[in-house]
Design a protein. Sequence first.
Length: 302
Amino acid sequence: MHDTQQWITDGGIETALVDRLGQDLPEFAAFVLLDSAEGRRALREYYAPFIELADASDLPIVLDTPTWRANPDWGELLGADDARLERINEDAAAFVREVADEIAPDAEVVVNGCVGPRSDEFEAERRMTAEEAQRYHAPQVAALAAAGADRITAVTVLDAAEGIGVARAAMALRVPAFVSFTVGGDGRLADGSSLSEAIAEADAATGGGIEGYLVNCAHPSEVAEGLRDGSAALSRIAGFRLNAAREGDDGPGDEPTAFAAGVLALRALAPNARVFGGCCGTDAPHLDALAGLLRGTPASSR
């Protein structure tokens, strides 16, 4: 990515598939849709408006693969063994590339291999070391890389160790590695560390080999809490993929214009952020509003 180039992303894939496209996602796993023609059509319908927006706005876009749940623990719950998970991850990366090339062959697209956490719940006694996390996530990383993912991102990371493990697995294959932490209402990771502490730990453990850090699956106001310490480590934050609603809030959350303004306001606290997009509760209208602010044109005028 160019240092000064601003990028958009897709939105909250799982919530959009359920809310906009009426899909049933067991264990909140989008990868199951790759198994049927109907599911693949739904995935294409999910990605299409974001790719079209990037093309129309002349903004490059980062598209996540639908593989947040495509690891062994979640695969076991969904009846997917290791061999099937390998095929799923390879198929997912190839599918996203094919859809982007079909819809907007001239758009600048990065296919991001999305690697979700082993568990959504933080139980200190069950957390992995960085070495364990590398061994656990390496097969998924390898499958995504083999299918041509441009980069790998550990997503909704709960502590530095798991992010380090995913990053090391990608770095071993010479694939650019990013780590995206998630924070609670207090702006801290699930293990109690601050964003700056987690970034410093991950950088130290990887020799600064991680390309950049993001924050996802939190509301802009919650992320702002985590950015207020002004640490130099926060200069490593490359972007945000955020939720429309605050933690614990019911309903759809911020409407698109307010959401977009909240996301871009974070640039004052993380001036090197260049990637802006959505997570839970966001869809094409939220990204349309973000693109409009990035381009300096209201969404309605495009």
